[in-house]
Write a protein that binds this ligand. Sequence first.
Ligand SMILES: [Fe+2]
Length: 283
Amino acid sequence: MACAAHPGLVGLFGQPYLDLAPFVEASGLDALHEEICLALAQIPLDCTGGSHRSMGIMPEERRAEALVDYQEVIRAMNDAEFETFRSLSDDPRSIDPAARAATEFGEERAVALSRRQMQWLKIRYGVYFPWKGYVELIPNRRWEDKSSAEGKSFTRVARAFFPKTLAFVAELPFVHVGRCNVMGLESLDHGTVHRDGDPAEQEEPDHFITFVPGANKRLFLWDDVAKVEVDVPARVYWFNDFDYHGVRADPHFRYSVRVDGVFRPEFLERLEATFGGQAQRNG
Ligand SMILES: [Fe+2]
């Protein structure tokens, strides 16, 4: 473990997370907040999360906080319910009811959920989607492709509603960007504690930057050895997403923007010079 103060975190450069505000031009974040709030009021918002427990990416003692998980709900449907679920797909013919036992649905699974399916799962079954203010500015189908820019671009909606945000992202220290999402949570919702990979399998930390223009989202890391939450109070940050992380509930909407890609070597060198270590490698 690389993070001395927190035995259950791998961290980055010996830190639980890195506050990147000194390393990026952050003076425009207030203007970005105005742009993003106005955009989110005008465009369709998607849901994400909602199956972290069935994905097996939550710490044992926090699994109940996922509430109603859609993969568990879909598996428990009778044939008539499953037929309704199938009919709400964007392409019902792509779903074979006879193969349902072997089919997984949703993010990172073989068959993505349509917006109508997510709404029905939420409304009829009480599925809990932690992020109901989700917007893909650069669509990305598979998690492992998120750092690659191949065949990807910002959507037309992103270009029309988020021009300042896109200009800010273009100035971030990436060689290229492969994924860029707005992650919004409704009032009182919490982001379920999960990790995006298993530290035992990590070769090097994924490169990404999250920024919180509204400075009002309370991300924390979960030290699964000490069993404590570690606050990430920064407005622009990078953390090791192979460490468990979640978002505390607050009585208001809030969002962050996550940008994945490949960092420029000179940026990593600056971080290394500043924090005096090496990016954590296992094995
Ligand atoms: Fe995550």
